[in-house]
Design a protein around this ligand. Structure first.
Ligand SMILES: *Cc1c(COP(=O)(O)O)cnc(C)c1O
Length: 451
């Protein structure tokens, strides 16, 4: 073990980790990044197939992004955002309004995804309180949802690993059975589905709408749940349902926004406009913590009044609208325009599917390969005909993750689901390496030759 690793373990408590695991698998000390690759202090390279927790878009240490930061830092590093403003925030807000679905016109800044969710929940609650609807105190959300890990965000989320122990502290949430397309209880195929499972949503909302402020959803992909993908028709129906009962539709595009699904925003696949959209992760292309909650004029106007004691939205973070973060976010959006990123991603996405299917088609343990845009997921199952999964206690994903690291790829599976969410700067050669190495790790684990 190197001195850095020793000191790391002496002083640092890592996120989303059982620290005892680090006795066996030491923290990897990364020295630098270039494009989709990370390099450790020994010079070993790793393909970042998970975009460093889904944030990186244009590679590590990208020259354009680097320049944007350096230029901004020599101008202004930070300033209070109440009553003060700056060009990077103004430019960014204007760009965000222009690219998000029509009608989302006001941008509220925060500094991480969970905070953007808190902002949306608080806005929606306060909106209804101010309108005299004091019985509206809850939100509806899907099973297997993930919206972050602060208490409000955990409350609407539904992944026991994160929330179980905190249940006594959490808000009361109305839970709706979400779509499960791989194991569809209605026997629908993905291609021709009209979302019969939406009936559960209709029934639950019909029963509870009087006490609800809104419905929060991860559009098209429930990422943390294991890249569970469902069709746009579900979102179309949800928009209509929210209109019928006058509920806020809150789209959590923190993971799927900024081109991940093949469109700039996942809601575009369904041509719907949510009442609020939460964005973070890809917002700064993986450079700086920043988040926004974008809302309609209708919501904004409901808070507009003569005094601060009256109707103002009292929510703030010290680093709200940080200029450096806003400047990199602007540059990221410039890259989208200049390099026709969405167009190029479509071709790369098609290449990934083709490449994966060569190996996935007759694989004895690949239950399903699903992909949308630049997100692909391999669901490993013990028994293909019954789709029976592996016992999670076997930690199959974790074993494959460790093999992947040895082979120079960062996979970090979710349970038994291995996914690819690479930075957009990958080449076909990088994809070949990514897919071949992932399958070599899988096959080695299961003892299937060749690997
Ligand atoms: C990551 C994520 C969040 C939380 O964002 P943080 O910046 O990690 O707090 C919320 N919702 C979704 C869908 C996410 O993927």
């Amino acid at each position: 073990m190197s001195t850095l690793q020793e000191k790391d373990l002496q002083y640092i408590w890592h996120p989303c980790s059982q620290m005892k695991d680090y006795e066996e698998l030491k923290p990897l000390i990364i020295e630098k990044g270039r494009g989709p690759y990370l390099y450790d202090v020994n010079g070993k390279s790793y393909l970042d197939a998970v975009s460093s927790w889904w944030v990186n878009l244009f590679g590590h240490s990208n020259p354009r992004m680097n320049r944007a930061i350096k230029e901004q830092i020599d101008q202004l590093e930070h300033v209070i955002f109440a009553n003060f403003s700056h060009e990077p925030a103004i430019k960014l807000a204007e760009k965000i309004v222009s690219i998000t679905p029509q009608g989302l016109n006001k941008v509220f800044f925060a500094d991480n995804g969970s905070s953007a969710i808190e902002v949306a929940l608080k806005l929606s609650f306060q909106y209804h309180q101010q309108a005299g609807m004091s019985q509206k105190k809850r939100f509806a959300a899907l099973t297997d949802a993930y919206h972050g890990e602060t208490l409000g965000a955990l409350s609407v989320g539904h992944i026991d690993l994160y929330s179980q122990v905190f249940k006594p502290l959490l808000l009361d949430t109305v839970r709706v059975e979400g779509p499960d397309c791989y194991r569809c209880p209605f026997g629908e195929s993905r291609a021709h589905c009209d979302a019969p499972c939406f009936q559960q949503m209709e029934e639950t909302i019909a029963e509870h709408h009087r006490t609800l402020c809104g419905i929060i959803i991860e559009p098209l992909i429930q990422c943390a749940a294991g890249m569970k993908m469902y069709p746009p028709v579900y979102l179309k129906k949800l928009r209509a349902l929210c209109d019928r009962y006058q509920l806020h539709l809150i789209a959590d595009e923190i993971a799927v926004g900024f081109g991940r699904t093949g469109e700039m925003f996942a809601c575009e696949h369904a041509q719907i406009r949510p009442d609020m959209m939460c964005l973070s992760k890809g917002l700064t292309a993986g450079y700086m913590p920043l988040a926004v909650t974008v809302v309609t004029d209708h919501i904004y106007d409901a808070f507009y009044a003569d005094y601060i004691e009256q109707k103002a939205f009292m929510h703030s973070h010290s680093y709200t609208g940080n200029p450096i973060a806003c400047a990199v976010a602007c540059e990221s959006l410039n890259i989208f325009e200049d390099d026709q990123v969405i167009e190029k991603n479509r071709q790369m996405s098609a290449y990934i599917v083709q490449k994966v299917m060569e190996q996935a088609n007759d694989h004895p343990y690949v239950g399903e390969y699903r992909q949308l845009g630049m997100v692909g997921a391999i669901e490993l199952v013990e028994d293909k005909p019954s789709k029976r999964g592996f016992d999670w206690k076997k930690r199959i994903g974790y074993q494959i993750y460790k093999k992947g690291l040895e082979k120079g790829i960062i996979l970090r599976p979710l349970g038994n689901i291995l996914y690819f969410m690479p930075p957009y700067v990958v080449t076909e050669g990088d994809i070949d390496f990514m897919v071949d190495t992932a399958f070599s790790a899988i096959n080695e684990f299961f003892g299937i030759k060749p690997y």
